[in-house]
Design a protein around this ligand. Sequence first.
Ligand SMILES: Nc1ncnc2c1ncn2[C@@H]1O[C@H](COP(=O)(O)OP(=O)(O)O)[C@@H](O)[C@H]1O
Ligand SMILES: [Mg+2]
Length: 217
Amino acid sequence: MTHIEQKQRHVLEQIAEAKRILCAIEFALHHQIPATLLITSAAPGEGKSVFASILATTAAKSGKYRVAALDLNWYRPALHRFFDLDHQHLSKTILDTDLDHLVCHCGQDSLDILTAPADYVEQAPSTDQIVPAIARLIKQANDSYDLVIIDSAAIFPTNRLMIDPVVLSGITAGVVMVVLSAATPKQQVRKAQKIMETAGANILGVVNNQWKITRKR
Ligand SMILES: Nc1ncnc2c1ncn2[C@@H]1O[C@H](COP(=O)(O)OP(=O)(O)O)[C@@H](O)[C@H]1O
Ligand SMILES: [Mg+2]
């Protein structure tokens, strides 16, 4: 099998898995849709943004849902890259504007994207400004879409600029945790899970990302 064929097979396998995971999420939510899903993980680089993009695309392609994917990892944004978009707005605009004027259509019907601001790291607004504005955007997303998929930061390490996924879990219907198999220490995953549970998050499930294992084969 050529390298390209292998890569294509890998992508097809991931799409098949995403369909299954979407189905599991629908059950875990008891089909209470519209719903907002927070995608997070214990550590950076575990595949949150890859998974959020594949899940959003799969849900939109199913033809059942209007989907919004929101990049709320403003410190290390990524969704714009996966959907081949530029950063669309500055932080202040995002904080002051209604969601329907902020999202962009990624070329796929039923899927809208909110990209992270371009100037966040240089000109970060305070948490007091960010949290209420984000709660408003999430509420607007819930009113306009069936599934809202939030790509967020990792739980560890914390830093003063990150939008805390633990805080976001309080304003979302369910949390999906991505774990990069064989990479993230189990204790760290358990610790992250515990923090989420203590905060009252509704953990719908864990996605086991076997990316590195697959590559080694
Ligand atoms: N299942 C996967 N298939 C292909 N590439 C992956 C997969 N999981 C992770 N990666 C790669 O690993 C890197 C980190 O993934 P990313 O989704 O950006 O992590 P996170 O958002 O958790 O920081 C990316 O460059 C991505 O291409
Ligand atoms: Mg990411």
